[in-house]
Design a protein around this ligand. Structure first.
Ligand code: PEP
Ligand code: MN
Length: 343
């Protein structure tokens, strides 16, 4: 249930509604909106009687929320959530959502200082607004390169300082959250951890945005319920990421579910970006799918860019060369103008 307060409701009236929710044994969540505040109720096993609230001071309306992802739902929060990050060395903030198409680019993995700094400079020059790079890598094989870990986080911090780009990097285990949050601007949860509920709860306690990838076998509802874990803990800064799902087709690595984008935009206020690199596994497919993501209404893309894909320690075949990424950016800018989207 959602209690919509009048625009003129006082903080005391909002507190009284929250106290009433607690007295019924449920959890209140204050949701500030553009014009007025709402109080969402979670923890109720069944419908709550609106009569509990209808006559309280400052209350405009009590409405039920039909979706199980209560706090992530657009019913609860009609306006787009916008993620905005200002680093110490950037001229202005980097944004995703609310009509702003964010560009997250960089190597799949932080392999070393030169490789990462070269990639960071190249993506920044081409117009990327966030730098990606995994320091901790969740690999299918235990014999594959596992990442540069703490050294990688330090390299990312150096790249941020030089370029001003906020950094997005993956956290693979609850026990690493504190360390990764010390360096990262956005904490990435990978597809393999999309339903690691302990990890989702751990990042819900961090006051930094979370980029949540769709589980490779998650339905849209499971994806949004995973986001709900983060939001429920009080962290409303969640960026969803569609990265393809596993189907019967192995030739495109995963199947990029672009139809989910307009649907997810309707279901939730959280921004959603598309990762065409991990979705397709093939650099030749990345640019067409990045363009399709913008056309489908996504709030951004996340693209692997490597200075020398042939020598990449991780995901080289899907990585764009810097000049290919720059070409993609030129096309996206032209498209964004037609679509009236800011980049
Ligand atoms: C990544 O983005 O580096 C990654 C490992 O992606 P995914 O979790 O989607 O496989
Ligand atoms: Mn990868």
């Amino acid at each position: 249930m959602l209690i919509l307060m009048h625009a003129t409701a006082s903080p005391l009236e909002v507190d009284a509604v929250a106290a009433k929710v607690r007295s019924l044994g449920f959890e209140p969540h204050k949701m500030p909106g553009a014009q007025r505040i709402a109080v969402a109720i979670t923890g109720n096993p069944g419908p709550v009687d609106p009569a509990h609230f209808q006559h309280m001071g400052g209350v405009a309306e009590a409405v039920s929320i039909s979706k199980p992802f209560k706090l992530a739902s657009r019913e609860t929060h009609p306006h787009d959530t916008v993620i905005s990050i200002q680093t110490a060395t950037a001229a202005g903030p980097s944004r995703i959502g609310g009509g702003i198409f964010g560009i997250i680019a960089g190597p799949c993995a932080v392999e070393g200082r030169e490789q990462t700094l070269t990639a960071a400079r190249a993506v920044k020059a081409a117009g990327a607004t966030f730098l990606r790079g995994g320091a901790f890598k969740p690999r299918t094989s235990p014999y594959s390169f596992q990442g540069t870990k703490l050294d990688g986080l330090k390299i990312l911090a150096e790249a941020r300082h030089e370029t001003g780009l906020p950094i997005i990097t993956e956290v693979v285990d609850s026990s690493h959250v504190e360390q990764v949050a010390e360096y990262a601007d956005v904490l990435q949860i990978g597809t393999r951890n999309a339903q690691n509920f302990a990890l989702l709860e751990a990042v819900s306690q961090v006051r930094k945005p979370v980029l949540l990838k769709r589980g490779m076998s998650s339905t849209i509802q499971e994806f949004l319920m995973a986001a709900e874990y983060v939001v429920k803990g009080g962290n409303y800064q969640v960026i969803l990421c569609e990265r393809g799902i596993r189907t019967f087709e192995p030739m495109t690595r995963n199947t990029l579910d672009l139809g989910s984008i307009p649907l997810i935009k309707r279901l939730t206020h959280l921004p959603i970006v598309v990762d065409p690199s991990h979705a397709t596994g093939d650099s030749l497919l990345v640019r067409p799918m990045a363009r399709a993501a913008l056309a489908a209404g996504a709030d951004g893309i996340m693209v692997d860019v490597h200075p020398d894909p042939d020598k990449a320690l991780c995901d080289g075949p899907q990585s764009l060369r810097p000049e290919e990424f720059a070409e993609l950016m030129t096309t996206l800018r032209a498209m964004a103008e037609v679509l009236k989207v800011s980049m």
